[in-house]
Design a protein around this ligand. Structure first.
Ligand code: PLP
Length: 429
């Protein structure tokens, strides 16, 4: 599409990054199922390898189908560039990789997807990195946790699974004052509900496995760069500001300006870590994003209706949907995610752990799976699955205690969803 600064979200989700195929005129973005690309001549090859010319070399680094998705995601998030990765977890490592080094740490919210807590509390230690987890509602604690070795602040916009909305403006004011980037996982919200860069985020990461693809067919992730961070303001980010030996001393920030992080992500991150998204997965995700706004509106509409109904059920102790007036985070919806609080929440059952197990087993329309953000309604008992590696304290802090079931509301008929939940809740008593 031609650049149009005033195009609305519904237009951009279909057209951004996509243009008729130059070779064939194909209207849909083709799946460029190729590993390599023929160089025009030896000089062309040398210029590509020296990063003097942008183009295609090898699909571990760049691929036209993936590039279309990168452009679309950067556009929808209001960033300057994006790097697609093989999963949401890969995107998190790819976001941290240029910033971190042995002995460096991140300050992360206690309210994160359980797999992220495990990745940050256990696995990144193998790289000599560490994470300090704090309650992001306690702004003084966030400030206090940042030290000279902190290289990023990390949170989710709408946290999975607890219905917690982060005050991104307050958190970005803290990271800005400390001169470090804020990374926001926007998986549960998607750019249709929340645009973290408008609230000061430096980088936005996604598991595209969820709402972006939207139908449970793909594993993918993306890092979107706001292009706003000054990587050369101090010596904290040498990967981006100092000479890079693998490219004859090229300085990414000096050479590529606001696109430094994106170029580094492709030229170093994908080249050497190889967490590449394949073109077929990119194609499915591009298809999914075409209907993102329509699906998110329906997810929100259904979640409002179902969560409101669940609150009144006598087997239910609490529902954590931020869209409900009873939620302590309801006041943040208008400012942080003005199009709605998403389709994900938890329900706490009065009958505790045993009731939760009976409840998930009795459901008919809802599937008991380790996924969210599908057109289908899904449930999971987080404490015995996605959050089972966590301590009881971490489970509670993440909103995933033993009496809690996570619900991802799909876009089916809400009357049918309520009927299914009703029979399963009655069976759980
Ligand atoms: C909020 C959030 N971030 C990241 C991830 C990791 O994504 P992936 O499973 O695509 O690696 C998930 C997965 O459930 C998630 O819910």
């Amino acid at each position: 599409m031609t650049d149009g600064p005033n195009y609305g979200f519904d237009t951009l989700q279909i057209h951004a990054g996509a243009r008729p195929d130059p070779a064939t005129g194909a209207r849909q973005v083709p799946i460029y199922q190729t590993t390599a690309y023929v160089f025009r001549d030896a000089d062309h090859a040398a210029a590509l390898f020296n990063l003097q010319e942008v183009g295609y070399i090898y699909s571990r680094l760049t691929n036209p189908t993936v590039a279309a998705l990168q452009e679309r995601m950067a556009t929808l998030e209001g960033g300057v560039g994006a790097v697609c990765c093989s999963s949401g977890h890969a995107a998190q490592i790819m976001a941290l990789f240029p910033l971190m080094g042995p002995g460096k740490n991140i300050v992360a919210s206690t309210r994160l997807y359980g797999g992220t807590i495990t990745q940050f509390s256990q696995t990144i230690k193998r790289f000599g990195w560490s994470a300090t987890f704090v309650d992001f509602d306690d702004l003084d604690a966030v400030k206090a946790a940042i030290n000279d070795d902190t290289r990023a602040v990390f949170c989710e916009s709408i946290a999975n699974p607890g219905g917690y909305i982060t005050d991104l403006d307050a958190i970005s004011a803290i990271s800005d004052a400390a001169g470090i980037p804020l990374i926001v996982d926007n998986t549960s919200a998607t750019p249709y509900l929340c645009r973290p860069i408008e609230h000061g985020a430096t980088l936005v990461v996604h598991s595209m496995t969820k709402y972006l693809t939207g139908n449970g067919t793909v594993t993918g992730g993306v890092v979107v760069d706001s292009g706003r961070f000054d990587w050369s303001a101090n010596d904290k980010f040498p990967s981006l500001s100092a000479p890079e030996p693998a490219y004859h001393g090229l300085k990414f920030h000096e050479t590529f300006g606001s696109l430094a992080f994106t170029f580094h992500g492709i030229a170093i991150g994908l080249r050497d870590l190889g967490m590449t998204l394949n073109p077929q997965a990119a194609h499915y995700t591009l298809m999914g994003i075409e209907t993102l706004s329509l699906r998110m509106q329906k997810h929100v509409e259904n979640a409002m209706e179902v969560a409101g109904w669940l609150e009144t059920h006598d087997a239910v102790e609490a529902v954590t949907y931020a869209g409900l007036p009873s939620s302590p985070y309801n006041h943040r919806v208008a400012s942080i995610c003005p199009n709605g609080a998403g389709g994900l929440f938890t329900v706490k059952l009065k009958g505790g752990y045993q009731s939760c197990i009976k409840f998930v087993d009795a459901l008919q329309i809802f599937s008991h799976v380790a996924n969210l953000g599908d057109t289908r309604s899904l449930v999971i008992h987080s404490a015995s699955t996605t959050h089972r590696q966590l301590t009881p304290e971490q489970q509670e802090a993440a909103g995933a205690g033993p009496s809690v079931v996570r619900i991802s509301i799909g876009i089916e008929d809400p009357t049918d969803l309520i009927a299914d939940l009703d029979q399963a809740l009655n069976a759980s008593k």
